[in-house]
Design a protein around this ligand. Structure first.
Ligand code: CAA
Length: 290
């Protein structure tokens, strides 16, 4: 199938980033969310990111204008399904929600449409089982912040067809990303490694081995990580990381058992940048502090 229209379900952090990349890739893009204010925020973010791309010389101003003209919004999953050749869901990481969506995809999407999930760890097969077309179901795992991150992990479930993988490669490349294909398994490649590093960092902090700042500094300057593990978990969300760890613990075993400190911070509502406080405090305009 020749993909012309990409439908993105969920206009949160990841959905709006995916819509940005799809529109810049020249696809007609429909961004859906049930919350009008999330859609409005998503569109404002997309415009701002395109402007930033132009001012940094990464996006031509004509491409910015074309991309903006290619994006539409919708509050109806059903309508998006009817229009899209490539559907990507980017709703919160709750299997129930994903299963509901794949049921709707199967009911309303075009017969040839690819049905993709942006899940960062959950089973694509389970989602595919909600449909009569598992060969068209696949994972397309993007990274935050999408405009700056170059990878997509394409997740191949046992029944995903070669044709679907080929379409994902083509779509990913038009979005300006590099693609790796990974066999379905909990956490794929990146989430699995990242979860371990992050959990180990919490274990060191809890044991008083070093301060959060020094652990971050050590990984940035000693191992050339672009961000320290605490800066990163504050960006991703401690709640998101905790639920990933819980899932990996239940599927891959003890080494993924969430450190008690991350559980404590989540219970206190310290979820990261989005709540103004995670490992670091972002509530004052000055530099974040622990
Ligand atoms: N559009 C296009 N390109 C843009 C852009 C835009 N709007 N804004 C910036 N860029 C380009 C920049 O020009 C720059 O390009 P060059 O490297 O070619 O110069 C590049 O993007 C990086 O931009 P910055 O200079 O602003 O970036 P930085 O050096 O400050 O680094 C960062 C920012 C990329 C976020 C870096 O800190 C980083 O890589 N951090 C780690 C992030 C990470 O690990 N994310 C994954 C989280 S896990 C996840 O998302 C999935 C999950 O499963 C939970």
């Amino acid at each position: 199938m020749d993909v012309k229209t990409v439908g993105v379900i969920g206009a949160g952090t990841m959905g709006r980033g995916i819509a940005y990349a799809a529109a810049l890739g020249g696809y007609r893009t429909i961004l859906e969310d049930v919350m009008p204010e999330t859609l409005a925020k998503g569109m404002a973010w997309i415009k701002q990111s395109l402007d930033e791309g132009v001012s940094r010389g990464k996006v031509e101003s004509s491409s910015r204008n074309t991309a903006l003209a290619l994006i539409e919004t919708s509050s109806s999953v059903e309508n998006v399904c009817r229009e899209a050749d490539f559907l990507i869901e980017a709703v919160p990481e709750e299997m129930e929600l994903k299963l509901e969506l794949f049921t709707l995809f199967d009911k309303f999407a075009k017969p040839e449409a690819v049905l993709a999930s942006n899940t960062s760890s959950l089973s694509v097969s389970e989602m595919a089982e909600m449909t009569y077309r598992p060969e068209l179901c696949v994972g397309m795992h993007f990274f935050n912040p999408v405009p700056k991150m170059r990878l997509i992990e394409v997740v191949r479930a046992p029944k995903t067809s070669d044709k679907t993988i080929a379409i994902c490669r083509e779509v990913g490349s038009r979005m300006g990303k590099e693609v790796v294909v990974v066999k379905e398994s909990p956490g794929f490649i990146t989430t699995r490694v990242n979860a371990l590093i992050g959990n180990e960092a919490f274990a060191m902090l809890e044991a008083g081995i070093a301060s959060a700042e020094d652990i971050d500094k050590a990984l940035k300057l000693g191992l050339n990580h672009p961000m320290g593990p605490f800066e990163l978990v504050d960006l991703v969300g401690l709640d998101v990381r905790l639920s990933i760890l819980e899932y990996l613990h239940s599927t891959l075993g003890e080494k993924y058992k969430p450190n008690p400190l991350i559980k404590k911070l989540v219970a206190e509502g310290r979820l990261g940048r989005k709540t103004g406080r995670g490992v670091y405090d972002y509530s004052s305009p000055s530099e974040p502090k622990k």
